[in-house]
Design a binder for this molecule. Structure first.
Ligand SMILES: [Zn+2]
Length: 127
C-alpha cells in the first residue's frame, strides 16, 4: 500500500496488487482531508480548499494505481506542505511532466483491456 499524508496522518491509500495483477482499489479519507484543511486556512476558504485537496488526493492515489511513485514535488509529493495545499487550492499543484506522460501512456494501455475499459460490461448501447 502507498499512502499520502500530512504530518504522519494518511489522507488516502492505494492498494497495490501482488505479482502481475492490476491495481484498482484506492481510498481517500474525506474526514482526514477536512481536519487537515480546518487547521490550515480560514473558514472563508475552507470549502474551496477542502474540495481541491480532496480531488488532488484522489489524483495522487489514482496515479499510484498506475504505478507512479512518490516524488519530491507536485501531486506525488508524499507529504504536502501548507504552500502545496494552497497550490492545490489554486490548481497549481500538478504532476511532473514525466509523471503526466507515464500516466497517459498507462491509461492508454489499460483502455485496451476490455474488462477494464468497461466495454465488456456495457449493458445496452445508447439510443
Ligand atoms: Zn502516495
Amino acid at each position: 500500500m502507498k499512502s499520502l499524508g500530512f504530518k504522519h496522518r494518511a489522507l488516502g491509500v492505494a492498494v497495490l496488487p501482488v505479482k502481475n495483477a492490476l491495481a484498482k482499489d484506492a481510498f481517500v479519507c474525506r474526514p482526514c482531508v477536512e481536519d487537515l484543511v480546518t487547521g490550515t486556512v480560514t473558514e472563508v476558504r475552507w470549502a474551496s480548499m477542502t474540495s481541491a485537496v480532496f480531488g488532488t488526493v484522489m489524483a495522487h492515489e489514482v496515479a499510484h494505481l498506475l504505478g507512479i511513485n512518490h516524488s519530491l514535488f507536485g501531486v506525488m509529493h508524499e507529504r504536502w506542505s501548507r504552500d502545496e495545499l494552497v497550490m492545490a487550492e489554486q490548481g497549481r499543484l500538478l504532476f511532473q511532466p514525466q509523471e503526466a506522460r507515464t500516466i497517459k501512456s498507462r491509461l492508454r494501455t489499460r483502455m485496451r483491456v476490455p474488462y477494464l475499459s468497461g466495454a465488456a460490461n456495457s449493458p445496452v448501447s445508447p439510443r
